[in-house]
Design a protein around this ligand. Structure first.
Ligand code: 5GP
Length: 185
């Protein structure tokens, strides 16, 4: 039986979710990150088992077949999934946050209706594209794909429980912390 609260954070890549989440988790030591599995290669700063479990497509498909994901999705030419057992274990003791995209978030909401869904919006589409270029670790083709995806993702925000705009990092972190305090405490 799980006792922690489940939070889901979504928002296009480049919106600053990672920074918001690490700031939030510095304050909320009871909030743990659910490490997803992905078939995409690691970025230079990413550590296996910390940011993601970097796995082969073969292993990903095996996990899908064995029903080992709470949810999974294939996008940007890669597979991404939430390993169920790891999540259940964390939820026994902690509140847990998933950083997943809207298709996955929708499935989580269906399977766990008491999950709290938060959508992080960029100040504008132009600013999002600028941030993606600034990151310098993604190809032109990947950026075009991600921008297309970002526009679709932003259209999904209506069915989230909360939308928070990341125009100012401190304010955005405060707002997310307030939601977590309301729902978890
Ligand atoms: P990135 O490749 O930039 O780390 O992540 C791309 C997108 O995949 C982000 O929107 C992120 O939230 C999403 N994502 C990461 N892990 C998962 C997961 O386990 N399931 C789903 N559905 N999406 C994920």
């Amino acid at each position: 039986m799980s006792s922690g609260k489940l939070f889901v954070i979504s928002g296009a890549s480049g919106v600053g979710k990672g920074t918001v989440l690490s700031r939030v988790m510095e304050v909320r030591e009871d909030l743990k990150f659910s490490v997803s599995a992905t078939t995409r290669p690691p970025r230079p700063s990413e550590v296996d088992g910390v940011h993601y479990y970097f796995i082969s497509m073969e292993k990903f498909q095996e996990m899908v077949e064995k029903d080992e994901f709470l949810e999974y999705d294939l996008h940007a030419k890669a597979g991404y999934g939430t390993p169920l057992r790891q999540l259940e274990e964390k939820l026994r003791t902690w509140n847990v946050v998933l950083d997943i995209e809207p298709m996955g978030a929708k499935i989580v909401k269906q399977k766990r209706p008491d999950a709290v869904l938060i959508f992080i919006m960029p100040p504008s589409v132009e600013e999002l594209e600028r941030r993606l270029w600034g990151r310098g670790d993604t190809s032109d083709e990947q950026i075009a794909l991600r921008m297309e995806r970002a526009k679709w993702e932003m259209d999904q925000r209506d069915w989230y429980d909360y939308t928070v705009v990341n125009d100012d990092l401190d304010r955005c972190v405060e707002e997310v912390l307030k939601i977590i305090a309301e729902k978890a405490d």
